[in-house]
Write a new protein. Sequence first.
Length: 380
Amino acid sequence: MDFSLTEEQSSFRKLFRDFAAKEVAKVAKHTDESEEPPLDLFNKAAQQGFFAAMIPEDLGGAALDPLSYTLLIEELAKACMSTAITIATHNSLVVYPIVSRGDDAQKENWLSVLAENAGALALNEPDAGSDTSRLSTRAKRTTDGYVLNGVKTWVTNAGIAKLLLVIAQADGGPTAFVIDPATPGVKIGHREPTTGLRGVTFHTVYFDAVGIAEADRLGNEGEGLSLLQTALSHFQLAIAAAALGLDEHAVAQGRAFAIERKQFGVSIATKQGLGNYFADAEINAEVLRHQIEYAAWLYEQGKDFAAAALKAKLFGAKAARETANHMLQVHGGYGFSDEYTISQLYRDARALDLLGGTPQVGRIAVWQEVFADSGVVIKP
Ligand SMILES: Cc1cc2nc3c(=O)[nH]c(=O)nc-3n(C[C@H](O)[C@H](O)[C@H](O)COP(=O)(O)OP(=O)(O)OC[C@H]3O[C@@H](n4cnc5c(N)ncnc54)[C@H](O)[C@@H]3O)c2cc1C
């Protein structure tokens, strides 16, 4: 068993780390305060190939191996969670399904746009959250394609996306379509004011008699949810990497504060009540890194990595939330001030339990795994 990075992976990590330190970190605070997505930064990230991370080389992409992709998201998250989530959503939930399921013409048309611009996935609806069998957005057949009507909520990147991957009910069942948001009848509506990830745009999107060509259907009718499940596993691996990056960032903030801050005549870093927090954070980060490496290895080998990615995401979200909470406590009252970065990390960490599915629903699959072949039927 070899846990070392290849030379290529090491040089990728250096590139990602340098970019995060030089370009991402300097706009992170402004992004949170202004609540505006850092568009100049995204242009620079696109020039580095980060929006084309999942695109094959023959189509002009960076074709990162799975572990390198997790390193990209981890390094971005260490500097700015909003940037990491924008880029992870784009690559995992939009580019990856197109690369996996698109035909040659679709890949050529859509991936050239997505190499330079963000994409968004529109699945969630006002009455269909965890229960995706309740989708009511409808794609009705016409002579030369479909007409789409419905409302999607919580669409990450909707405010900046140049392509939307939409899951809608067609005659054959849930089906995926790729739509230009500039198409007549598409309206980007209300932006959610959020607790964290304030540089990410989450919008309600309306589809009012939107005409879609047959060629803009991704996969066959009825394949929408299986396509979604593949994308979700990919995203869960990326979310686990983002959790690791946030965890490391929070520890760095807590460590620096604890060294400087003196109480009872000594640095508070010497107090074991806080030392336990640092020890637990270190153990959690190590476990999470191994979970990510294992899931990425399965994916690299062409094996089913869904369960490993889900478990890494479930553990990572919990671990990062706990670490952010503990590192805020290390800051004492200052941790509750927005002038300290840890306050932002605490807010951003909360989203990890909501992105890519909730911990309650995610655990159902793990619970089902435990009771497999027992005769006990576990349903959501
Ligand atoms: C930051 C963020 C980004 C998002 N990005 C996107 C996006 O890009 N595209 C998109 O389409 N959607 C997106 N979503 C929506 C997200 O997928 C949903 O919020 C999520 O699936 C949960 O749905 P819901 O909010 O309707 O909650 P509900 O499904 O109504 O659940 C409410 C609560 O009940 C629990 N619950 C539900 N069913 C069960 C059950 N069977 N057993 C136990 N507990 C249960 C849930 O875990 C949750 O705690 C995003 C959401 C957030 C917060």
